[in-house]
Design a protein around this ligand. Structure first.
Ligand SMILES: C[S@@+](CC[C@H](N)C(=O)[O-])C[C@H]1O[C@@H](n2cnc3c(N)ncnc32)[C@H](O)[C@@H]1O
Length: 324
């Protein structure tokens, strides 16, 4: 059990917004990283001793401070004096918080056209914890309000909504398959991720026990093989430039998979979802971090899973500095 409600300002040096339903996983992770949990207010976890992002956090507020205000105008002035761009995460006194937010400079959170990089303007986050007390952090780990990017969706071509998870992963990676690159998509059916990579002009080998949706199977850049993705080796497919997996399996099996492909293809980009239904021990996640270059992050489009990245350029800045 963790202390609930908002601690005194002296008792925390970071505030993390937990992924939906993952407050406990985030607290567990922070404790393993040497932090003390000083309070929990809804999805906000206040901690001391880990002033860095966390895998189970949707975004982390890295330099939080408490500000006493006497009026709405006071709150607006205080925030504006720190910086321009602010995202409200409302946890109470919603109407008053909204009135403050409405008087701050407007930021247009325009949905992203994929592929494009995340905005690079710094984004602060704040919440009103009392009528006359707000917490503001000018520096957060994500460029998106509450760490949730929105995309201009394609409602016609992909076979399901899983393509949004691939879009988000590649957006945060700030790199994506290029025309002519070779991609391996493990656990590909019905084909959302394969569609993403083929639409970028890459050549995709997709593997699944199940068939792809007919329109995806007919894509000229996608070649589908039915079979066990865990049995696949470099000898079967050559050395791809990208290896992606959205296989449903226990984390231990996915760890073996990540280990194999990361060492068999040291220059490839590897992105895979780590399914974490129920409580996954942090020790298991720590074994993913033991892979050289590993980064793990909960994406807004992830449900009970984290996304593992091992990318030549380092991977998502949002997950930088999070080691085991
Ligand atoms: C979450 S779905 C993948 C969705 C896909 N990424 C998309 O965008 O459409 C997981 C897939 O893993 C496949 N799968 C699970 N175990 C497998 C195995 N051992 N070998 C091949 N495919 C497997 C399932 O058949 C299922 O299609």
């Amino acid at each position: 059990m963790h202390p609930t409600d908002t601690p005194a300002a002296a008792d925390y040096d970071a505030v993390h917004l937990a992924a939906v339903g993952r407050v406990d996983a985030l607290c567990d992770e922070l404790v393993h990283r040497g932090a003390e949990i000083s309070g929990v207010r809804q999805r906000l976890v206040f901690s001391r001793g880990h002033r860095a992002p966390a895998a189970w956090a949707q975004t982390s507020w890295l330099d939080p401070r408490e500000i006493a205000i006497e009026s709405i105008g006071d709150g607006v002035r205080a925030l504006k004096s720190l910086q321009r761009n602010w995202a409200l995460h409302s946890t109470g006194h919603h109407r008053r918080a909204r009135l403050i937010a409405d008087k701050l400079p407007a930021i247009r959170f325009r949905p992203l056209e994929f592929p494009s990089a995340p905005p690079d303007a710094p984004l602060g986050a704040w919440t009103l914890i009392d009528r006359n007390r707000l917490i503001a952090a000018p520096t957060t780990s994500s460029a998106f309000a509450d760490g949730e990017p929105a995309f201009v969706e394609d409602r016609d071509n992909p076979p399901n909504r899983a393509y949004l998870k691939a879009w988000e992963a590649l957006t945060l990676a700030r790199r994506w398959p290029q025309a002519g690159e070779r991609c391996l998509d493990l656990g590909a059916a019905p084909g959302g991720w394969s569609w993403v990579m083929a639409s970028l002009g890459a050549d995709v080998i997709s593997i699944d026990r199940a068939p792809l949706a007919p329109e995806i199977a007919a894509h000229p850049r996608i070649s589908h093989r039915r079979g066990d993705a865990f049995a696949l080796r470099v000898a079967d497919v050559g050395t791809p430039d990208w290896i992606c997996s959205d296989l449903i399996a226990y984390p231990e099996r996915l760890l073996e998979l990540a280990d194999y492909w990361c060492s068999a293809c040291p220059r490839a980009g590897v992105i895979l979802t780590v399914k974490c239904q129920g409580n996954v021990a942090f020790e298991t996640l720590a074994r993913f971090y033991a892979i050289d270059g590993a980064r793990l992050l909960h994406l807004a489009y992830n449900k009970h899973e984290l996304t593992f990245f091992r990318l030549p350029g380092g991977g998502p800045a949002e997950a930088a500095g999070i080691g085991s």
